[in-house]
Design a binder for this molecule. Structure first.
Ligand code: 1CP
Length: 316
């Protein structure tokens, strides 16, 4: 959930000198950035430094990050003819820096720590592709889903194809598991999720598992969708901070669960962080198949000291 990044002074210092895409595309820089939190906090697992928006950028949608702001697409997806320009093979050639980054990070962390690869879920990528920027409700994308379901289905299936290839490439490069981020999955109703999102996710899971990789799925604000995820062959479910751990555990008794402290808890006084951590650990029960994590990305305002307090509380 964003191990590396702007909350770390070491990351901000490196970003003074290098652009965001330059860091992602250079294996030495991406490894350095991914190692910063490992050195500073000694986490049990490391996640490759990349972004979910590498896929739309490689498809030619022209993704840039305005300074300190969200992403901007120079060529958003607005009509069916754009899909004719999408080419999975050509995109994969451009994306070779992602498995290269995984490989370099594996060399750096050795085999004692788990290594995670990742990608965006097709629906979440579709949201950004259509909207062309960040949003709270992704209206354009949802309207396209309703108004042009055939176009949407075609786009989602193309995004699923390339995402599966990208995740398999990360498994081949040394990732133990891959996390699929469906950050905007919660915008869909269960009916829409079953119709549009699940088939795309299912095809990705099948391909990653055929390559002997494990799949963790994160659906932000997806509590209403959890019962519908049961049919998906995911190995683990990453929980948003709003889902009660115990209700997820009863839905998924045999799978790994990951989560789910509210990231904004790390802006609270130390005693509150400790109390919330203890409460969550209590809910986790016997800790079997349980991974402590945040329920969404750490925010840039987080003091490193708060992460120290959290880790001490978990480890003790
Ligand atoms: O200015 C900077 O330095 C860029 C900030 C930043 C960082 C550190 C962005 C831009 N991406 C990242 C890295 C990143 N993104 C990781 C790194 C691995 C790690 O944890 O160390 C990961 C896992 C992501 C995933 C990601 N990117 C998601 C899914 C998870 C989530 O937060 O919901 C999403 C939605 C993105 C898009 C994105 N990339 C960057 C920003 C600011 C955004 C959000 C766009 C928006 O909606 O406004």
């Amino acid at each position: 959930m964003r191990q590396a990044g702007r909350y770390m002074p070491a990351y901000r210092a490196l970003r003074q000198k290098h652009g965001f895409w330059d860091v992602c595309k250079n294996p030495e820089l991406s490894t350095e950035v991914a190692m910063q939190p490992i050195r500073r906090f000694d986490f049990d697992a490391s996640i490759v430094f990349s972004d979910i928006l590498v896929v739309p950028d490689a498809l030619g949608l022209g993704v840039t990050f305005a300074k300190g702001e969200g992403p901007v697409f120079s060529h958003p997806l607005r009509e069916a003819s754009t899909l004719d320009t999408w080419n999975a093979e050509a995109a994969m050639e451009k994306l070779v820096f992602v498995p290269n980054a995984v490989h370099a990070l594996r060399e750096a962390i050795g085999t004692e720590r788990a290594l995670l690869g990742f990608a965006g879920a097709p629906w979440t990528l579709f949201c950004y592709c259509v909207e062309g920027q960040g949003s709270d409700d992704f209206r354009r994308a949802r309207v396209m889903l309703h108004a042009q379901p055939e176009l949407a289905t075609r786009a989602l299936s193309m995004l699923a194809d390339i995402t599966a290839r990208l995740l398999v490439a990360q498994v081949h490069a040394g990732a133990d598991a891959v996390q699929i981020f469906d950050t905007w999955g919660g915008l869909l109703s269960p009916f829409e999720y079953e119709r549009f999102a699940i088939p795309a996710l299912k095809s990705i899971c099948d391909k990653v598992q055929a390559a002997h990789g494990k799949v963790i799925l994160f659906v932000r604000a997806g509590h209403h969708l959890l019962p519908h995820l049961e049919t998906l062959p995911v190995d683990g479910v990453s929980l948003d901070w709003r889902t009660p751990w115990k209700s997820a555990r009863s839905l998924f008794p045999t799978r790994a669960l990951q989560g789910n402290l509210d990231p904004l808890m790390l802006l609270a006084p130390d005693a509150e962080i400790r109390a919330a951590t203890k409460r969550l650990l209590g809910e986790m029960g016997d800790f079997k198949r349980s991974i402590f994590n945040l329920g969404h990305g750490i925010v840039p305002e987080t003091p490193e000291h708060a992460v120290d307090v959290l880790l001490k509380a978990i480890r003790s």
